[in-house]
Design a protein around this ligand. Structure first.
Ligand code: GLU
Length: 307
């Protein structure tokens, strides 16, 4: 099967160096093997996402020479227009008895698992009877969770190697629909990667621990999972991972300071693809790209990028 990769940005701010690092590796991996790329806009959260950030991100990628073959400006590839597909998946899960309404507040959930800051494996709502559910619904709109089994889900990440989780113990029944009706990332990403025929997911290492949950959804929805490469995060000089709030390394600033080739050269150096941070174009980098040279551990931003 031909390789199909993807860019899956959330348009909640201007793209920063860390996002770009993941996108560059997704692009290089796909193009090196003659594969295709999809650009899907992950605008599930109506409060945090703004279309203007998505348009800006596409323009920033084009400026760098990182292109895609499907999606982007096409409305069908924006998650806010794909609710019918998530609703169908939700129905398929409910038909198997795998979903239930949850009335817990976020605070309650954190209190149940104070050390892990994860959802309690045993959400008290899992055992509510239907009269109890009806009574609670009068007072509060529920979120919905999917049940997970006491089962170890494992996979081999292309970069990070073997990874496994006991879903019930390590993660617990997890939300797939919020109380305000918004679909959760975990469900939407699985439905979309499968529907769009994505065969290779390249994304930040912060999502490694979400992957077993997603593999569980692939299984119970009868979908084929892609291969995964979880790439290192970039670290600010104080050791924190870069985030959208680090405006000093967002694309607006970087474009004023560097040419596309200058910026790609620095990123390629951090990604182990060239010995020195010399300017280089995207197609030249794709020609000699190798996963074997990409570091696994998080990478401090090199001084040349800091103003
Ligand atoms: N939209 C997510 C983000 O921007 C990425 C999700 C994914 O790659 O699976 O963090």
């Amino acid at each position: 099967m031909p390789l199909k990769g993807r860019f899956a940005p959330s348009p909640s701010g201007r793209m920063h160096l860390g996002n770009l690092f993941s996108f560059l590796l997704a692009w290089l991996s796909a193009r090196h093997q003659g594969g295709r790329l999809v650009l899907r806009v992950e605008d599930l959260d109506p409060v945090r996402c703004q279309p203007a950030y998505a348009w800006q991100l596409m323009e920033d990628l084009e400026w760098l020479g990182l292109d895609w073959d499907e999606g982007g400006s096409s409305a069908a590839y924006w998650q806010s227009n794909r609710s019918h597909l998530y609703a169908a998946a939700f129905q398929a899960l409910s038909a198997q008895g795998l979903t239930y309404p949850c009335f817990c507040s976020r605070l309650q959930r954190l209190n149940e698992a104070p050390h892990t800051h994860q959802v309690s494996p045993s959400c008290p709502c899992a055992g509510l009877t239907s009269p109890e559910v009806s009574a609670r619904m009068e007072e509060k709109a529920p979120s919905y969770r999917v049940r997970v089994p006491h089962k170890t889900l494992s996979f081999t990440d292309g970069l990070q190697g073997f990874y496994s989780q006991d879903l019930a113990a390590d993660c617990g029944d997890f939300p797939i629909k919020r109380a305000d009706g918004a679909w959760a990332y975990q469900l939407a990403v699985v439905v979309d990667d499968a529907a769009m025929g994505v065969t290779q997911v390249v994304r930040g290492r912060d999502l490694l621990s979400s992957t077993p949950r997603q593999l569980w959804l692939y299984q119970v929805l009868g979908l084929t999972a892609p291969e995964f490469y979880h790439v290192p995060l970039l670290l600010a000089p104080d050791g924190r991972r870069l985030a959208k709030r680090d405006a000093d390394l967002d694309m607006g600033v970087l474009r004023r300071r560097f040419s596309p080739e200058g910026l790609l050269g620095l990123l390629a150096h951090m990604a182990g693809q060239q010995a020195a941070p010399t300017p280089i174009s995207a197609p030249e980098l794709a020609r000699d790209f190798s996963w074997a040279r990409v570091p696994r551990e998080d990478i401090p931003v090199i001084p040349a990028l800091l103003s």
